[in-house]
Design a protein around this ligand. Structure first.
Ligand code: ADP
Length: 299
């Protein structure tokens, strides 16, 4: 069966409503996948369904299944709007993920509402750090093996994992040597701070956040796991920051610990190492200087 017929059939079988594609429009802006808006006619000819569809090679199925799970997990909290996932699978020679289409505006989210809602989402906690499945950060695998110890989790599955990848991609020498030093020492940043395992978006930069037509915040394209809420907050600051109103609204709901400004660098180091592993170039030097900064803080 052809790709779009097969996707239409899946949509129909999950919603239980007839679905026939009436229009299809390519959507840009993503980093990893092809994306489309499709609308569909009902039996009465009304154009009343709109879906957002991501496509990748068949090997991307696991990635889409993990995104599907993550979106569902975020959506279940009823704290902040995320596209509700519908179905994922393989059709013809493509993997696909279908989710609710949300008309996003260019206005950006109201920062106070975004801060309050994100803080409420972070107040959803569980017993272990990690997640029920691995997922991806960009296109890099993200390991989420559940653990009780956050420091060990961050050592093994975040910094350690990315440092090993970096060694294979030519990021050796000082980066590895200092990285090892940091891995041995960073537990000192957690002597008086014991984070809970909060539900995280996991990839919360400005490009994964917008607002719907009512002006309500929407977040999408997550890399969900349970971890220190500061890890999500740190990422909001990595490429420009979400503004003072956002952070103060957030802190009114979920207070931010005094040690955050230092741990922020530890958390963003993960993303900068990932950028080196994905794009190479100057990110190795940036990662090394972040490690230098942390080692000074720890000395
Ligand atoms: P990728 O996985 O390739 O990075 P994204 O999930 O970031 O793709 O989606 C690409 C763009 O499509 C986003 O930047 C956003 O503007 C838009 N978008 C994402 N999800 C939806 C949705 N459910 N409804 C409407 N537009 C969306």
């Amino acid at each position: 069966m052809k790709l779009w017929d097969s996707i239409s059939e899946s949509i129909q079988s999950v919603t239980g409503k007839p679905f026939e594609i009436a229009s299809q429009q390519s959507i840009g802006g993503g980093c990893i996948n092809e994306a489309y808006k499709i609308t569909g006619k009902t039996a009465t000819g009304e154009n009343d369904q709109a879906w957002f569809v991501k496509l990748n090679q068949t090997s991307g199925l696991k990635m889409f299944e993990a995104e599907h799970k993550g979106l569902q997990e975020l959506s279940n909290t009823n704290t902040i709007r995320v596209p509700k996932p519908l179905c994922s699978g393989v059709a013809e020679n493509k993997a696909y993920l279908v989710m609710e289409y949300i008309e996003l505006t260019s206005r950006g989210a109201d920062p106070a509402q975004l801060g309050q809602q994100l803080a409420a989402m972070h107040q959803v906690t569980t017993k272990q750090f990690g997640y029920v499945c691995d997922n991806t950060i960009g296109s890099t695998p993200q390991v989420n093996t559940p653990e009780k110890d956050w420091v060990g989790f961050w050592q093994r599955h975040r910094l350690g994992y990315q440092l090993q990848l970096a060694a294979r991609k030519g990021g050796g020498g000082g980066l590895q040597r200092k990285g090892e030093q940091l891995m041995d020492q960073f537990s000192a940043l957690f002597t008086d701070y014991r984070p809970k395992a909060s539900l995280l978006h996991g990839d919360l930069w400005g490009g994964n956040c917008s607002s719907d037509c009512e002006g309500s915040p929407v977040i999408y394209d997550p890399a969900v796991y349970y971890g220190d809420h500061e890890a999500d907050l740190a990422m909001t600051e990595l490429f420009g920051g979400f503004g003072h109103t956002f952070y103060s609204a957030y802190a009114d709901v979920f207070p931010i610990d005094a040690g955050y400004p230092v741990r922020k660098t530890l958390y963003n180091l993960y993303h900068i190492l990932n950028h080196f592993n994905l794009f190479g170039g100057g990110y190795a030097a940036q990662a090394e200087s972040m490690i230098d900064h942390l080692l000074v803080e720890l000395s």
